[in-house]
Design a protein around this ligand. Sequence first.
Ligand code: PLP
Length: 404
Amino acid sequence: MLEISKIRGEFPILSEKVYDRPLVYLDNAATTQKPWPVIRCLEEGYRRHNANVHRGVHFLSQTATEAHESARSRVGRFLNAASAEEIVFTRGTTESVNLVAFSFGETYCREGDEIVVSVMEHHSNIVPWQMLCERRKMRLKVIPMNDRGELQLDEYEKLLGPRTRLVAVTHVSNVLGTVNPVGEIIAIAHRHQIPVFVDGAQAVPHRKVDVQALDADFYAFSAHKVYGPTGLGVLYGKKKWMDEMLPYQGGGEMIEQVRFDKTTYNVLPFKFEAGTPDFIGTTALAAALDYVETLGMGEISDYENQLLQYTQERLAALPGMKIYGQAADKESVVSFRLGGIHPYDTGLLLDKLGVAVRTGHHCAQPLMERLGIDSCVRASLSFYNTREEIDALCAALERIRKMF
Ligand code: PLP
């Protein structure tokens, strides 16, 4: 059982006030707040351990390198990767997708080939593939969903063919909360010898992910959504692909030898890490992963699921409420519209009442189109949220409804 009041005490921002009201932070799918161990790790990193990694012979550089490489191993254990060399640090999920779209595309894709994505993808798991399709004169195919917000697997399999080079799908939808059956999606693709890229940005903060059990070829997430620092992300990629794939960016670190007539590239994972990495950030990400794993991913998941049920029941009871996403397996996100009130107005007024939510298209315009709306309000939960905060959200919505 999680001790929520103790946990809340470990996140200093949660005791801040906005407009003189206690902050109710329900925008966790956009970014999560940071606990003391992560904040201290960042502060100590700059105060005591700062030196560029990999290149220095001096003490500080060596300790910084050790901390950075041990953070890589920590991430590898967190995802249960077969080896730390399959873990590449990026700037975030977005950069991880761009890396694979470019490097996989350069290495394996030709005119007339196809990439399969789903209708519920975040723009960052659509646009890099579209760019690849434009570069290479390829086609993008889209897995449809049913009205509950679940992907239609029978339709999915029909999209796969001899020209399909890769399937790119989100583990958890950032709008609907749908948990996609990625294990099954991967197994189906593998029957056709097609690799799968999984966008894990909204899954990793909420449930245990095992890339080997899933048999994912690529898996990406962002540090800032899992209580770590911003501007940092992870790409897991199976060695068999990553070894063959051409590098994404050129520069320092990613080379073995540079000559004007020919440059050779470094081994994994450095081949994909041109330039100075965010070595302070990576150690803070390791601290964040220690933090959530000490709480227990199972405990986090159980608590958040109960809070999600409570949130959905409370919201559904409000007159004029329409909730988007009724998947059987759903993660801590509730998107909705209240009567005829524009989501932007709902969000602005909620803010004035101390409740932080997100409004808009949530970087998922094709999904909005499928839902027949242009925008919605999204409340997204973390293990530090409470029933009292959900009550505050509902009371604020009740007030807003009466105002209109
Ligand atoms: N994928 C999903 C499902 C997301 O929810 C997000 C961010 O909200 C991203 C990708 C992009 O993450 P980042 O902006 O950290 O790169």
